[in-house]
Design a protein around this ligand. Structure first.
Ligand code: 5AD
Ligand code: SF4
Length: 438
């Protein structure tokens, strides 16, 4: 009998890539992927808890499986990732959803094979949450789902303890993978025909090869030196660790995309201090100036939080003015969400939902206006796109340019995985419409 699995993924790129590892483990065990959760013999929820809505979303979807499980008693339901890793959450999950068979934390992913085996031989739920991270365990059964793009973890965990952020609590201290392992993975991916590689970590700039002490910019250049045509990206960079050396490496290696994701979070010095970000507004702008000195056309994207505890209107206006000054090419914007156990969640002066909503709307309006302006500058230009998919609704192929802009174009031929030139004739918000050039 065929065995099917279904994975529901929430959260960041790290989370998406972990789902590729879970899929690798399941297919190695003989399971095949299916879109319909009703058909699945194993359903895995790979959860996120960075903001409350991600967590609520996961809780809601897991709850909906109660009826399905009542009909399909042999189906195995597993919940893993950041949500159960929070202190006390695995117990809550188990109490609320007794029909869940396996609950595992971020440090237990590579034990999934054994947990499935244990569950098949026992009626009791299997719960594995290790409080601290062990040594890095190389999982080589990754089932990649986003050709021609591939992600490679270079670091796990985070040491920064930004006061709003739960990541250091659920992903543990920062660990760097060996450069040799990373290089080998990258070489194999290029050989297998992947055209875009993204090096992943909570803070890639603090990467250090555990064997030689090589810093991130050294690793990046080594990956860029792999032969063949491909693009190289990295995320995320903490501004405090962004160095001039890194800007130089981006400048002298054509394969490294001229795009840096550099989360600023706020444009106000007192808020940055309360967030424990360890840089000021002017430090941040100086980093951008250094980057632009070496890579004048470099696009910069960012993350911004509004409504951090105590944020005044004036402080919020400082964020708006920074967005204008920095000229971000796009930004991910978030309403601050208190996370239990973090320093900020204990601060007394939480901002009301009403004020936060108003601020996020004003911020999004500004970011969108800037994004639209940049998109307009594309009209009439020819850009190189890495074709990465087909949009059924638009009946168009799509892909990104080096700066991360999404371009759509029509083609009779399937061009997924190829670099193509398109001439832009229209721009709509963040998306560009182009004509395929031959
Ligand atoms: N509330 C809102 N946004 C948050 N982020 C991290 N923690 C929180 C939180 N508690 C945002 C930051 C980070 C991005 C991945 O998520 O902007 O850069
Ligand atoms: Fe969270 Fe700050 Fe670490 Fe990013 S750098 S994961 S925001 S603690």
């Amino acid at each position: 009998m065929s065995k099917f699995y279904h994975i529901t993924t929430y959260g960041c790129q790290m989370n998406v890539h972990e789902s590729e590892k879970i899929a690798g483990i399941l297919s190695d065990l003989g399971y095949e992927s299916c879109d319909d959760i009703e058909q699945a013999d194993v359903a895995v929820f790979n959860t996120c808890c960075i903001r409350e809505n991600a967590e609520n979303h996961a809780f809601g979807n897991i709850g909906m499986l109660k009826k399905l499980k009542a009909r399909k008693k042999d189906m195995i339901i597993a919940v893993g990732g950041c949500l159960p890793q929070q202190i006390g959450k695995a117990e809550i999950l188990h109490r609320k959803f007794p029909f869940v068979d396996i609950i595992f934390g971020t440090h237990n992913l590579n034990r999934l094979r054994d947990m499935l085996f244990a569950k098949q031989h026992s009626k009791k739920p299997v719960i594995e949450i290790d409080e601290s991270e062990g040594p890095i365990c190389e999982e080589d059964k990754i089932l990649r789902t986003s050709y021609p793009n591939a992600w490679i973890n270079i670091t796990y965990g985070c040491n920064n303890f930004c006061t709003y952020c739960i990541v250091p609590y659920v992903r543990g201290r920062e660990r760097s993978r060996k450069a040799d392992d990373i290089l080998q993975e990258a070489e194999e991916l290029v050989r297998a025909g992947y055209k875009e590689i993204t090096l992943l970590g909570q803070n890639v700039n603090s990467y250090r090869d555990p064997e030689t002490g090589m810093p991130f910019y050294g690793l990046l250049e080594k990956v860029a030196n792999i032969g063949g045509k491909f693009r190289l990206r990295f995320m995320t960079s903490h501004p405090k660790d962004f160095s001039e050396e890194l800007a130089k490496v981006i400048a002298r290696n054509g394969k490294i995309c001229n795009l840096v994701h550099l989360p600023v979070q706020s444009g106000d010095d007192d808020i940055l201090k309360a967030m424990n970000r360890k840089y000021t507004r002017s430090d941040y702008l100086e980093k951008l100036a250094v980057l632009k000195k070496y890579v004048p056309d470099c696009a910069v994207t960012t993350d911004i939080i509004v409504g951090f505890p105590g944020e005044t209107e004036e402080q919020f206006l400082n964020t708006l003015s920074l967005v204008k000054e920095a000229g971000f090419s796009s930004a991910f914007t978030f309403v601050y969400s208190p996370r239990e156990g973090t320093v900020a969640a204990r601060m007394k002066n939480q901002v009301s939902d009403e004020v936060s909503k108003d601020r996020i709307m004003r911020l999004v309006e500004l970011v969108n206006a800037q994004t639209r302006e940049i998109s307009k500058t594309y009209i009439g230009k020819t850009v190189e796109i890495l074709c990465e998919g087909y949009d059924e609704k638009k009946k168009c192929y799509l892909g990104r340019d080096e700066y991360g802009r999404m371009g759509y174009f029509k083609s009779d031929k399937n061009l997924i995985g190829e670099f193509v030139d398109i001439k832009i004739f229209d721009a709509n918000g963040v998306s560009l419409m182009g004509e395929l050039m031959h």
